[in-house]
Design a protein around this ligand. Structure first.
Ligand code: SF4
Length: 334
């Protein structure tokens, strides 16, 4: 079935041309909002997609109309054959993007330059080393900071992701905005989201409104609203005369599902039509059986819920803490 633009369109008319592929459930950090302290129970190796399975299944999606692929994890760059997978996916007619914790980025500088991979998101939830160690339960602060600097010095524009949690890093909000003063970065403030094992409770989250109020109270009229793209998850802003920008991803208080174009493939080959959908389609098993994947993919897309996997209202999402989430964030890839 050759690139029929409407194929990945759901019952609400949303065309899904952006695939997020989790390359692994392994990570060299233990961020408390993403996975339990002792990590998660990893599956047998055979249950995970091999390199050629990642590439073949990705090609199926590209043939169905996917235009952008983002590699996530766990930490995608800890996968031993990550560089080979990146090389093969970069040869497809897509924009290849990556979300990483930045620890191993320096090892990929030359490859990313050569392949012109510029859509790079790096997680950095704090600018304070002690706090970094507390949030991630590892001490790679300097490594992440120096790799961010390395990439900026090599002309990359970076997006920096920070999950804002009250009593953890909400006191750094203005420091994060100041970090954009002289750097080509977009600091993205993510509302804390519910997943298996992260002891989520919205009372710990910082909302779009609270973030905007705090920033406006400091910068007043210097805060400029920027034009957001059609499928953007983030609402973007800029402080006048600052080099960088900041943006807010508000899945909890201001969901952006109307223009959702995202689908997810987990490291164990399950298709999730929404970040919050607890139902999945086992593409890997079908692929290994030599079955056609198109029908399974279309079925998943057609069964996609309008908002947050069916959590339509704010009270629905507040009730999320009572839901038996199948996966922790580390095994979805955000
Ligand atoms: S919550 Fe689901 S439907 Fe909404 S934007 Fe995220 S992935 Fe799309």
């Amino acid at each position: 079935m050759e690139n029929e633009a409407s194929v990945l369109t759901d019952q609400f008319g949303r065309k899904h041309d952006y695939l997020r592929i989790s390359l692994t459930e392994r990570c060299n950090l233990r961020c408390f909002y993403c996975m339990p302290e002792n990590g998660i129970q990893l599956k047998e190796n055979a249950e995970y997609m091999t390199k050629s399975e990642v590439v073949s299944i990705a090609k199926t999606f590209v043939n169905l109309g996917v235009k952008k692929i983002r590699l996530t994890g766990g930490e995608p760059l800890v996968r031993k054959d990550a560089s080979e997978i990146i090389e093969e996916l970069a040869a497809l007619p897509i924009e290849l993007a990556i979300t990483t914790n930045g620890i191993l980025l320096d090892k990929f500088l030359d490859q990313f330059k050569r392949l012109n991979i510029t859509a790079i998101n790096v997680s950095l939830d704090t600018l304070n080393e002690t706090k970094f160690n507390n949030i991630t339960r590892r001490n790679y602060f300097e490594k992440v900071r120096s790799n961010i600097k390395l990439f900026l010095n090599n002309g990359f524009k970076l997006k920096i992701n920070a999950v804002l949690i009250k009593g953890v890093n909400d006191d750094e909000l203005i420091d994060f905005v100041e970090f954009t003063k002289d750097k080509e970065i977009d600091y993205r403030f993510i509302e804390f989201m519910p997943f298996n094992g992260n002891k989520w409770d919205w009372s710990k989250g910082l909302s779009l409104h609270e973030i905007n109020t705090k920033i406006s109270s400091v910068y007043g009229a210097s805060v400029m609203k920027l034009q957001d793209g059609k499928n953007d998850t983030a609402k973007s802003f800029k402080i006048e005369n600052y080099k960088g920008t900041f943006s807010i991803i508000s899945s909890i208080t201001n969901p952006f599902c109307d223009s959702c174009n995202r689908i997810r493939l987990t490291a164990d080959g399950q298709l999730k039509n929404c970040l919050f959908s607890n139902s999945e389609s086992n593409l890997l098993k079908s692929f290994r059986n030599g079955d056609s994947l198109e029908a399974i993919i279309l079925d998943s897309i057609l069964n996609k819920k309008k908002i947050r996997g069916g959590m339509n209202s704010h009270s629905d999402i507040l009730n999320a803490k009572n839901i038996d989430w199948k996966r922790s964030m580390v095994s979805i890839g955000g």
